[in-house]
Design a protein around this ligand. Structure first.
Ligand code: NAD
Ligand code: AHE
Ligand code: ZN
Ligand code: ZN
Length: 370
C-alpha cells in the first residue's frame, strides 16, 4: 500500500512529507493506522545526528496511538479494530530480560530494531522509486500507517482519545514510571527534578501521585514554572539566579539532600549536580535524559562510597504491554493529567514546525494528528 509519511532523509535536514510504499505485515507483525503522534526530544536527538544509532533515510516517531488494520500470520493477541499504543521497548514475556523482574528491557527485537529493521532483518518501508527507508525505534509513528512486531504494541481501551494517549507512548510513561517503577518513591519523600520539559513535568506528577512532601524543580527557563506548579512542584530553582555552587544550595533547600533526584535534561553536568544533591547515605539519582554520542558522566567516587546511588531508566522502567494500558486507565479515571501538556496540535504537513517549537522552548508536547 501507499501511505503518507514524514521522512528523515539525512541528519540535520528538515523532515520531508511524502507518499511512501508500505508492505503488509509478515509473520508476527501488525499493520497499524496511526491516528496521532507526539514529537519527543529523542526524535530531534536522532534527526540532529547526535544519536550513535541514527540511520537514514528513516521514518522517525516513537510516541503514538492508533488502530490495528491487519495482523500477519501467527499474531494471536491483537485483531483488526483494536486500539493500540506502539512500544519502543517491546515486551515479549519470554526472553531472559522479560523473565527477570529487575528490568523492563526486553531484548527480543532490540538488535534488529537498532538497525532500523523488522525482526526478519528487512524493512517494510520504501520510497516510490524503490529506495528502502528504515524503521525507527521499532515504531515509525511519523507515518500514517506503519508495521510493528506484535510484541511492540500495547492494547488499550477504545474510549481513550488518540490525540492525548499518544503521549503515553513515551513522555508520560517515562516520567511517571521513573518515579513509580524505577525509584519506587515513598510517601513523604523529598525530590529534585532537573529539566521541566515534556519528561520532567511527568516526573513531577508521578511524585505527586507517590505522595512526595517536597518536589523541587530546576530549570534555566522561567517560562516552565507555571505549568510545573500546576503538576505539583513545590519549589523552583533557576540555576542562573543562584549565587555560588548549586549543590549546597539544593542540599540546604532539601534539608540535607534529596531522597530522589531525576535528570530530565540530557546534560552530563546537570547529571553530576543531580547525583551530588542527593542525601548522604541513601539518596538515589535517576538519569532519564539521553546524552549526545560520546558524552561521559563523572563525580568523585566518595559520593557513591558515602551512600548515594546513580541509576538510569528507559521508558520509566515500564513493561509496555502490561503497564501502558493501566496508565491509560489512570488518565481516563482522572488520576493523572495529560491535556495541559499538549500545547500544540499540527497536521503532518507542519511537522517541522513542531520541531521548531521544541527548539524555541515554546512547546511541552506538539502532537501531529493524521
Ligand atoms: P525538553 O526539551 O522538553 O525539556 C528539557 C528541559 O530541560 C527544558 O525545559 C530546558 O529548559 C531544561 N534544561 C536544559 N538545560 C538545563 C540545565 N543546564 N539546567 C536546568 N534545566 C535545563 O525535553 P524532554 O522531552 O523533557 O526530554 C528530556 C530528556 O529526556 C531528553 O534528553 C530526552 O531525549 C530524554 N528522554 C529519555 C527517555 C528515556 O526513556 N530514558 C524517554 C524520553 C525522553
Ligand atoms: N538509539 C536509541 C535512541 C536513544 C535512546 O537512548 N533511547 C532511549 C529512549 S528515549 C525515548 O525518548 C531508550 O530507552 N532506548 C532503549 C534502548 O534499548 O536503547 C534507540 O532507542 O533506538
Ligand atoms: Zn521519547
Ligand atoms: Zn522479552
Amino acid at each position: 500500500m501507499r501511505t503518507k509519511a514524514a521522512v528523515a532523509i539525512e541528519a540535520g535536514k528538515p523532515l520531508e512529507v511524502m507518499d511512501v510504499n508500505l508492505e503488509g505485515p509478515k509473520e508476527g507483525e501488525v499493520l497499524v493506522e496511526i491516528k496521532a503522534t507526539g514529537i519527543c526530544h529523542t526524535d530531534e536527538f536522532t534527526l540532529s545526528g547526535a544519536d550513535p544509532e541514527g540511520l537514514f533515510p528513516a521514518i522517525l516517531g516513537h510516541e503514538g496511538a492508533g488502530v490495528v488494520v491487519e495482523v500477519g500470520p501467527g499474531v494471536k493477541s491483537l485483531k483488526p479494530g483494536d486500539h493500540v499504543i506502539p512500544l519502543y521497548t517491546a515486551e515479549c514475556r519470554e526472553c531472559e530480560y522479560c523473565l527477570n523482574p529487575k528490568t523492563n528491557l526486553c531484548q527480543k527485537v532490540r538488535s534488529t530494531q537498532g538497525q532500523g529493521l523488522m525482526p526478519d532483518g528487512t524493512s517494510r518501508f520504501s520510497m516510490l522509486d524503490g529506495t528502502p527507508i528504515l524503521h525507527y525505534m521499532g515504531c515509525s509513528t511519523f507515518s500514517n500507517y506503519t508495521v510493528l512486531p506484535e510484541i511492540s504494541l500495547a492494547k488499550v481501551r477504545e474510549d481513550a482519545p488518540f490525540d492525548k494517549i499518544c503521549y503515553i507512548g513515551c513522555g508520560v510513561t517515562t516520567g511517571i514510571g521513573a518515579v513509580l517503577y524505577t525509584a519506587k518513591a515513598e510517601i513523604g519523600c523529598r525530590a529534585i527534578v532537573f529539566g521541566l520539559g515534556g519528561i520532567g513535568l511527568n516526573v513531577i506528577q508521578g511524585l505527586r501521585l507517590a505522595g512526595a512532601d517536597q518536589i523541587v524543580g530546576v530549570d534555566l527557563n522561567p517560562a516552565k514554572v507555571e505549568m510545573a506548579k500546576r503538576f505539583g512542584m513545590t519549589d523552583f530553582v533557576n540555576p542562573a539566579e543562584v549565587e555560588g555552587d548549586l549543590v549546597p544550595y539544593l542540599v540546604n533547600l532539601t534539608k540535607g539532600g534529596a531522597d530522589y533526584t531525576f535528570d530530565a535534561t540530557g546534560n552530563v553536568n546537570v547529571m553530576r549536580t543531580a547525583l551530588e544533591a542527593c542525601h548522604k547515605g541513601w539518596g538515589e539519582s535517576i538519569i532519564i535524559g539521553v546524552a549526545p554520542a560520546g558524552a561521559e558522566i563523572s563525580t568523585r567516587p566518595f559520593q557513591l562510597v558515602t551512600g548515594r546511588s546513580w541509576r538510569g531508566t528507559a521508558f520509566g522502567g515500564a513493561r509496555g504491554r502490561t503497564d501502558v494500558p493501566k496508565i491509560v486507565d489512570w488518565y481516563m479515571e482522572g488520576k493523572i493529567e495529560i491535556d495541559p501538556m499538549i500545547t500544540h496540535v499540527l497536521p503532518l504537513e507542519d511537522i517541522n514546525k513542531g520541531f521548531d517549537l521544541m527548539h524555541a522552548g515554546k512547546s511541552i508536547r506538539a502532537v501531529v494528528q493524521y
